[in-house]
Design a protein. Structure first.
Ligand code: SAH
Length: 291
């Protein structure tokens, strides 16, 4: 085994010092960082994400996310609509290839239903020269972690995340995945639960959940977590079905597993919601199986 104190030899140390490397294509001077802003408040932005924002010559993102970042001299903001992610990603790659230090900003974590995948999609379809660009991702606190932290420990057992948006996948795929994870008794986090264009999907998803879970199963509607208009509602599954239309695009929904439960607290305060880490029964035994 190598002595941990022994420094690794670089390729220049292997007796080839005199051999000059073949000149390759000039590496572009620019770079691209995809930055997670967290759910909202500045204290949930990591120092590394802040440093990437500070270093950028160009910031790209959905307008409301860019608005969260104070303007500074010498930095250009390129705001765009929320529904043009691939165009935005392509623009970011073009700017980086032209030598800019680009930061693409995304709410929450950029890898969770967000810009990082859009950048890689644009990279895959784009100019071969872009492959030489340094691309980095700075993670952020994703909505389900922020929501879970407000409620207690609902993600203490196995869990999953599903986007209810059927903009990028057929609704049949969403329901097939929901069926599978509900049958497996996973805590299920629903991103993009509802929008003006998708008004009925959340209720349908919760009704599907009721075929696998008891009507008393805790369901969390966590709205605008970390922002001034934050609202956390802890409901039963039966109540959540009736309240589905009151959720909105700023809401993250967590459907408990069969073991997820509440701890009541004295006074007029919300109970804690938690899912124990230990599991003793198989999903087949815990699923209600009412299909
Ligand atoms: N990249 C983001 C998710 C983008 S999908 C992240 O990691 O959080 C957008 C969905 O995220 C919203 O429809 C909502 O379900 C959820 N969301 C984002 N910010 C939220 C917040 N502050 N509170 C509750 N849910 C939020």
């Amino acid at each position: 085994m190598m002595d941990p104190g022994t420094p690794l030899r670089s390729s220049q140390d292997d007796g080839e010092e005199t051999a000059k490397p073949e000149p390759g294509p000039a590496a572009p001077a620019g770079s691209l960082t995809i930055v997670g802003l967290g759910p909202g408040p500045a204290q949930w932005l990591t120092p590394a994400a802040q440093a990437a924002i500070d270093a950028a010559s160009d910031l790209i993102g959905y307008g409301p996310y860019l608005d969260r970042i104070p303007a500074r001299d010498g930095q250009t903001k390129h705001a765009s609509d929320n529904r043009v992610e691939i165009d935005r990603a392509t623009h970011a790659l073009q700017l980086a290839a032209a030598g800019k230090t680009v930061a693409v900003v995304s709410g929450g974590d950029p890898g969770v239903f967000a810009m990082a995948a859009a950048v890689f999609e644009a990279l895959e379809a784009g100019e071969p020269a872009w492959l030489a660009l340094p691309i980095a991702i700075e993670p952020g606190v994703t909505a389900m972690l922020a929501a879970a932290a407000k409620a207690g420990a609902p993600l203490g057992g196995d869990f999953c995340a599903i986007s209810l948006s059927d903009n990028l996948k057929p609704w049949e795929v969403v329901t097939a995945r929901l069926e599978a994870v509900l049958a497996a008794d996973l805590v299920t986090c629903l991103y993009n639960p509802i929008s003006k264009a998708r008004p009925w999907q959340l209720r349908a998803a919760l009704e599907l959940a009721a075929r696998h879970r008891d009507a008393q199963t805790p369901v969390i509607f966590a709205r605008a977590v970390g922002r001034p208009d934050e609202a956390l509602r802890i409901l039963t599954l039966a109540e959540a079905i009736e309240a589905a239309a009151t959720a909105d695009m700023a809401t993250l929904v967590i459907i408990g597993a069969s073991s997820t439960r509440l701890i009541a607290r004295p006074g007029d305060v919300a109970p804690y919601v938690y899912t124990p880490r230990s599991v003793t029964r198989s999903p087949c035994a815990t699923s209600q199986g009412r299909t």
